[in-house]
Design a binder for this molecule. Sequence first.
Ligand SMILES: Nc1ncnc2c1ncn2[C@@H]1O[C@H](COP(=O)(O)OP(=O)(O)OP(=O)(O)O)[C@@H](O)[C@H]1O
Ligand SMILES: N[C@@H](Cc1ccc(O)cc1)C(=O)O
Length: 501
Amino acid sequence: MAGHSLTFVPLQQLRIWYTRNNLYTALSFAKHGVFVRYVKLSNFAYFRIGKRSVHQLHCCKSGGASQAASKKTVIQVLRERGLLDQTTGPEVEKLCQKPVRIYVGFDPTAESLHIGNLLGIVILRWFQAHGHQPVVLLGGATGKIGDPSGKSAERPLLDDETIAKNLQGIKRNFEQILVFSHDSFNPVEPIILNNDDWLGKMGFLEFLRDVGKYTRVGTMLGKESVRNRMNNEEGISFTEFSYQLLQAYDFVHLHKHYGVDLQAGGSDQWGNIVAGKDLARRLLGANLHGLTFPLLTSSDGRKFGKSEKGAIWLSPEKLSPFEFYQFLYQTSDADVIRLLKYLTFLPLSEIGELELSMKNSSFYKPNTAQKLLAEEVTRLVHGDEGVKFAQRVTSASSPGRLVEESILDFDTLRQLKDEIPSKEIRKEHLLKKSLIEVLVECGIMKSKSEAKRFIINGGCYINNRRVEELDRSIGQEDLVENSMLLLGIGKKQKILLVAVE
Ligand SMILES: Nc1ncnc2c1ncn2[C@@H]1O[C@H](COP(=O)(O)OP(=O)(O)OP(=O)(O)O)[C@@H](O)[C@H]1O
Ligand SMILES: N[C@@H](Cc1ccc(O)cc1)C(=O)O
């Protein structure tokens, strides 16, 4: 954040801001008494409200008219950040000069969304920040069918119970990440809908007559998702082939009943989005629009998805905030700037400064960008508490730090228990025992001579403090809250001993 002042101000005082050149009236405030961190005020303001990294942008020149804060449209902002892949035409930019409703659909094919899906949520947040209304569409019906886009094989069918459980899980993800504050300053509260509410009620004959009749099979066969599958031996079932029609009908339904004019999705969704645009033209004579954003890929070029091994889940039950933080922290230098542009709301100027300083190695402290990325995205997904937790555990699990830096209180150690190996040992068996014996008994060292070597070389830690003496034994004072002790060997190996009566 070099170069920008950081000020903490109560919300009420934020209503009128004087900057060096301009007077702005911030229009979007959350609840009374919540503190806002003012990061930068230029064309528009970035605020951090309460626990979430909100970066609200509803801020306009004096007079308080509810005009968009930025002179840039949301489309320009997305383009500058590399978040635009394709649009259905230049009219999209025009459309977004006035408030629109935009939707992104998510099928409940797992209990949690993953980091790839986060991009769709970030897009919705950018629209929301520019005064547009996000519509989140949960695919309660489409999830029963399975989208063939980007898939090389047929998806297994999910039963109703699994879908209901998954719907609950991903709904929670949205509630956590999108801004649902409800007051007159926030006219753009998101809407969450479930397509089972209309598709589920539609009969097969009705569908064939009212939707199928307006669709050309040749066009459907031409979609990339279908072509790819037709070219392999297994082919594609009629069920998955029909998927594009269901998504197309959603767009028509959302336009008719909710005034939605724009659909967004990852680049793999292009075919389905265009199918909706075509259907709306034929059925209603309406001109709807779409845009896609690039897919988030791993360093080896594979799309981040839920089907991939080691998916980066957004639900804390499936991946702890600590692991989530660590994943982002380990982003390579080659990827970190792109991810800062994609997944955070930090101003591009700030990211640009960071990029410059990364190139000038004498000024740049390694991993500064990674830390910023990890903090911002973890805060977005898990709130301030999640960031604090991740940092506490990170600090506690790194040996050799100054003790003050890694306070090993009971809470930290208890949370650390989920992250590193742990072992229960009877307290009477542990106290007064030599460290060398304990190291071997708990399995972290293979032999006493190996344990000795580590101690002599200064590579052994009790509660993150280096052990100097070879004849060190375990005492009552080593047990945090009379119950836990952290042993560390070298830079990476850790074990948590839990003393039981
Ligand atoms: N890695 C990714 N980067 C960007 N967007 C993604 C990524 N993965 C999924 N999306 C987008 O998230 C939305 C919902 O995707 P969906 O949950 O159906 O697929 P998925 O998570 O890729 O699932 P699967 O791994 O089973 O294919 C779509 O708009 C899709 O394009
Ligand atoms: N097809 C999308 C999810 C979706 C479902 C219904 C829609 O109307 C839109 C999007 C996907 O699999 O990623």
